[in-house]
Design a protein around this ligand. Structure first.
Ligand code: PMP
Length: 385
């Protein structure tokens, strides 16, 4: 007997990067600049809090929306860092990673056939998430000329005025682009004018290297139509602990919680203890990691320029997005540089419209490895381009 797969599952193609893992396995000296997670471990103070909670036997479910104390800490953090005012009782939900929160939002707000506009290139989970929820993704390509910022022009050209929802991710995975307040204002106006719900994935907000991160939810008339996502995976180096959260108006978060309480019950308890401590007393460790990412960012950007590859000034997250030299597609470059030099990067096409001809290069890797990887990329370019 074979399982009859649901159509929405069949529709989603397998991830485009699997093939690269197979090639990588053929060599034992591969340096991976392909991953989207910190090379740092979770700060010890947060780990100790998790260990202590286990020793004390704190291993039960928490409230569906997460421990009240943690929601209070998140409310304070969001207010202090990003001027986001949300109440711990009804406007915050703690989830198993930002991933769960994004999925809950799609399932809570997308009706069959609804169009969800997605600014691209973007994190690879949004399109499948929309399809699993029965919606129809609409790609809105951004351009290198605009430093991969979303523009109203791009929204209009793609037909996003007729969409029900808009997904934004700034600082952006995979480009490293950020949107300043003045870039967000016209997008907010478009969302208000066309009555769009905005899902704003701000998981890289802390990793903003120039200026301060601005959330679109802080612009006039946006709070009531925006859900903000954040979590502990990136700035707090807690990917494996699986903890994130969403901020939004009470009725919207309530709808997300309705799904969450039946499908997840509550986010991982041990991770909630770690997160509480992470917000309370890991500022110095977080600052140090951000400084290191920034040093690596400047190093990688300057090396690409020395090598002669065009690369725009990534200002957030831990990725840069160089253009491949003429004569290559992104896929060819990524495949050949992996086979010949043992450096793994991800072709930009994987991240949707506007990503072709580019590579996502993660600098969530130590400087010594980055130095070696950039030397190898240089040798590859010298030989072929
Ligand atoms: N959003 C973006 C933009 C990401 O890059 C990632 C992780 N790569 C996630 C969400 C998922 O985060 P989490 O570990 O909190 O589920």
């Amino acid at each position: 007997m074979t399982f009859e797969l649901a159509e929405r599952v069949q529709t989603v193609p397998p991830s485009g990067i699997r093939r690269f893992f197979e090639i990588a396995e053929e060599r034992d000296d591969v340096i991976s600049l392909g991953v989207g997670e910190p090379d740092f471990s979770t700060p010890w103070t947060a780990r100790d809090a998790a260990i202590a909670s286990l020793e004390q036997g704190k291993t039960s479910y928490t409230a569906n929306r997460g421990k009240r104390e943690l929601r209070e800490a998140i409310a304070d953090y969001a207010a202090d860092r990003f001027a986001l005012g949300y109440g711990p009782a009804e406007e915050i939900i703690v989830t198993a990673g930002a991933s769960e929160a994004v999925d809950l939002a799609f399932r809570a707000f997308v009706d069959p056939g609804d169009t969800v506009a997605i600014a691209q290139p973007s994190y690879i989970s949004y399109e499948p998430g929309v399809i699993f929820a029965g919606g129809e993704p609409l790609a809105v390509p951004t351009r290198e000329e605009d430093e991969f910022r979303l523009t109203v022009d791009a929204l209009e050209t793609a037909g996003a005025a007729d969409a029900e929802m808009l997904v934004l991710c700034y600082p952006n995975n995979p480009t490293g682009a950020i949107m300043r307040e003045e870039d967000l204002e016209p997008i907010a106006e478009f969302a208000r004018e066309h009555d769009l719900i905005v899902l704003s994935d701000e998981i890289y907000a802390e990793l903003t290297y120039e200026g301060e991160h601005t959330s679109i939810a802080t612009l006039p008339g946006m709070r009531e139509r925006t859900i903000v996502f954040n979590g502990f995976s990136k700035a707090h180096a807690m990917t494996g602990l699986r903890l994130g959260y969403a901020l939004g108006p009470a009725d919207a978060i309530g709808a997300m919680n309705k799904i969450h309480q039946y499908t997840m019950l509550s986010a991982p308890t041990t991770a909630q203890y770690a997160a509480l401590k992470a917000l309370d007393s890991c500022d110095d460790e977080v600052r140090e990691m951000i400084d290191q990412y920034d040093r690596r960012r400047r190093f990688v950007l300057s090396r690409f320029r020395e090598i002669g590859m065009n690369v725009f000034e990534a200002k957030g997250a831990f990725y840069c997005f160089p253009e491949v030299p003429e004569g290559f597609t992104a896929e060819e470059f990524a495949e050949d540089v992996l086979r010949e030099q043992g450096v793994a990067v991800v072709p930009g096409d994987v991240f949707g419209a506007g990503g072709d001809g580019h590579l996502r290069v993660s600098y969530a890797t130590g400087l010594p490895e980055l130095r070696e990887a950039m030397n190898r990329i240089e040798a590859f370019v010298d030989e072929h381009a």
